[in-house]
Write a protein that binds this ligand. Structure first.
Ligand code: M6R
Length: 612
């Protein structure tokens, strides 16, 4: 969480930093701040969003060609002006921005306080910069050495960028566990938590690795060292990112844009991977590890949030097509429970951002235990992608709305392709069936286009339920995870309590909640267990619940029972999550808009959860 940006060059830094912070605001929006080095370090910060910071700096001295900026998702210390970043050292000669958590900050703070250091904020970040200054002053070392020594003492995760009044042409940055990218321009450098603020300035980037320090001096080559002072050679990569993808392009919110992008994003997830002439699927990440995949005893998916829901769909798909046992684990649980996993297992980590701390930790644990670790990520070059042995990108394009939408459908698409490829290689699927499923998959983008036409109808439906206090979402089989996803979408952006359940589990408890005020969204598309879902709808109606049913076009039975009906075109059942989720995304979007909620930046959340 938290977005960090930096600039050093000959241009005015402020506009670059502010625009960069706007691009990174999805990472946190509790407070924002900048520091500009221009003789002194001028530091401005305020509670609130980047727009509040812009208003705050009006009339102030924002000159300077070196600077850093931060947008915060609060961990230590409440979100207020004082706890906002950047943080000064006591002398105000150093300023730092930080993304991550310093876990042993209290011990260090106590020691520094006993040695007479005064603190201004309640943050772990201030402890780090005070420690650096303390070492710099008392151990007679240069600033880089002081930073190295300080980082050697801290436990936790960080990416930091430091300005120093004594080193006026330098920015120093370091990372461990939180992402950091350096953009290399002509006589200028950019720093950021991800490439989105950099891409409009340069396409040449270096991803800083864990425990590395970047020393960036005006007019000089980038220097990379480890915390232990070993020199490293920067590996320059070319960014491939469409700038338009970072704009709303006429939509009111990124979330709506991203929902509407799904025909394209699903197509991009399929593109180049399917050969209908030869009836083959090629996922290049699998090829090098084909034997291990084919002989795997088990596949374990690990993920968080929406990506975890995609993993759950994956369990159903892979067991059905590939016949390998699959388990799905919350990364946050997996990492702390000494799981039984070894070199016969494959762990597949799913993550849109590729930076989720728990998912990354689960991967590292699985790697240590000898498992093959595969990733399914959206963000190219992200830490999860780079930590895995191999992986597949989803190619959904940047997802900026905090509520994940197109990432889910791309993840499911990629899992489906992996399953088809493995099923074919293991001889578990006939060529006819494979061909049929590929043809059906390729139709999905047009089906999604058709479903998006329901937007106005869904908007009207949303009006009816704007003030509901609770919602239930029910689904079965492939659409049980979709029920979970529908509920997550509603609660995170509209703040309405919602629960997703396997429809048949309702009678084991949640049915007690149903009365005439309870809206129940039921995914009742064509499936082998359609009749069972119809019975579940009857159970709800018998208790006067309000049923909103997502049904297959032409449906008579479920539609006749439901109070409100959303009809979607028919698809193969195994592919139905890719389409049944679309009306649920739109429903939560419109309800949240009508409740005047912050759609793209819901309260308390951040897009990329880089703390545990
Ligand atoms: O970037 P990731 O896919 O690893 O993120 C996982 C979750 O944090 C994420 O899906 C979150 O639940 C979204 N806000 C859901 O819309």
């Amino acid at each position: 969480m938290c977005g960090i940006v930096g600039y050093i060059g000959s241009k005015e830094a402020y506009p670059i930093l502010i625009n960069g912070l706007k691009r990174l605001e999805y990472r946190g929006y509790d407070s924002a701040g900048i520091a500009l080095l221009n003789g002194d370090i001028n530091l401005y910060k305020t509670k609130g969003k980047v727009a509040d910071l812009e208003a705050y700096v009006v009339g102030k001295n924002i000159k300077g060609t070196i600077g850093i900026g931060h947008t915060r998702w609060a961990t230590h210390g409440e979100p207020n002006d004082v706890n906002a970043h950047p943080h000064f050292s006591e002398s105000k000669n150093l300023a730092v921005i930080h993304n991550g958590i310093i876990e042993n900050y209290d011990v260090i703070k106590e020691k520094l306080k006993n040695d007479g250091v005064h603190f201004r904020s309640n943050t772990d970040t201030e402890v780090l910069i005070q420690l650096i200054e303390y070492i710099y002053k008392h151990e007679n070392v240069d600033l880089i050495k002081a930073i190295q020594l300080a980082l050697g003492q801290v436990i936790g995760a960080y990416s930091i960028v430091i300005l120093s009044k004594d080193n006026p042409n330098t920015i120093i940055a370091a990372r461990k566990g939180s992402p950091l990218v350096v953009g290399i321009g002509k006589d200028e450098y950019f720093l950021a938590s991800d490439a989105s603020p950099i891409v409009e300035h340069t396409r040449d980037v270096v991803y800083i690795n864990d425990e590395e320090i970047a020393i960036i001096r005006k007019g000089e080559e980038l220097v990379l060292k480890t915390i232990k002072n070993q020199k490293k050679t920067p590996f320059i990569e070319k960014l491939e990112m469409d700038l338009n993808a970072l704009e709303k392009e006429g939509y009111d919110h990124f979330m709506l844009k991203e929902i509407f992008e799904q025909p394209r994003s699903i197509r991009d997830s399929i593109r180049g991977r399917v050969n209908l002439k030869k009836d083959t699927i090629t996922m290049s990440g699998i090829i090098d590890f084909e034997e291990r995949f084919l002989n795997a005893r088990r596949i374990i998916f690990t993920a968080a949030g929406t990506s975890w829901h995609a993993a759950l769909v994956g369990e159903y798909i892979i067991e059905e097509l590939v016949k390998i046992p699959v388990e799905v684990e919350y990364a946050s649980e997996f990492r702390y429970r000494n799981p039984i996993i070894d070199d016969k297992d494959i762990l597949i980590a799913i993550s849109q951002s590729g930076e989720t701390a728990d998912t990354l930790a689960a991967m590292r644990l699985a790697k240590e235990k000898g498992a093959l670790v595969y990733s399914i990520c959206n963000v190219v070059g992200s830490t999860i992608a780079r930590t895995s042995h191999a992986g597949s990108y989803t190619h959904a394009g940047p997802e900026i709305g905090v509520a994940s939408t197109k990432a889910f459908t791309s993840q499911v698409t990629v899992i489906f392709l992996i399953a088809l490829m493995l099923a074919q290689k293991k001889g578990k699927i006939s060529n006819e069936k494979l061909r049929k499923l590929i043809i059906e998959l390729e139709k999905i983008p047009s089906v999604v286009e058709e479903i998006l036409q329901l937007n106005d109808q869904i908007k009207e439906l949303a009006r009816i339920f704007t003030y509901a206090r609770n919602f239930l979402y029910l689904g079965r089989g492939y659409n049980f995870p979709v029920a979970l996803e529908g509920a997550l979408k509603l609660k995170e952006i509209s703040y309405i309590h919602a629960e997703g359940y396997p429809a048949a589990e309702m009678k084991h408890g949640p049915i007690a909640l149903i009365d005439k005020k309870m809206p129940v969204v039921v995914i009742a598309v064509d499936s082998l267990i359609y009749e069972k879902i119809v019975s579940n709808i009857q159970e709800i109606k018998a208790r006067k619940g309000k049923v909103i049913a997502v049904v297959t076009k032409g449906d008579k039975t479920a539609a006749a029972l439901a109070d409100y009906v959303l009809e979607i075109p028919p698809t193969e059942e195994i592919l139905s999550p890719l389409v049944s989720v679309i009306p649920l995304q739109l429903l939560s979007y419109h309800i949240a808009v009508m409740r005047d909620c912050e759609i793209d930046q819901p309260r308390n959340l951040a897009k990329s959860v880089t703390v545990e």
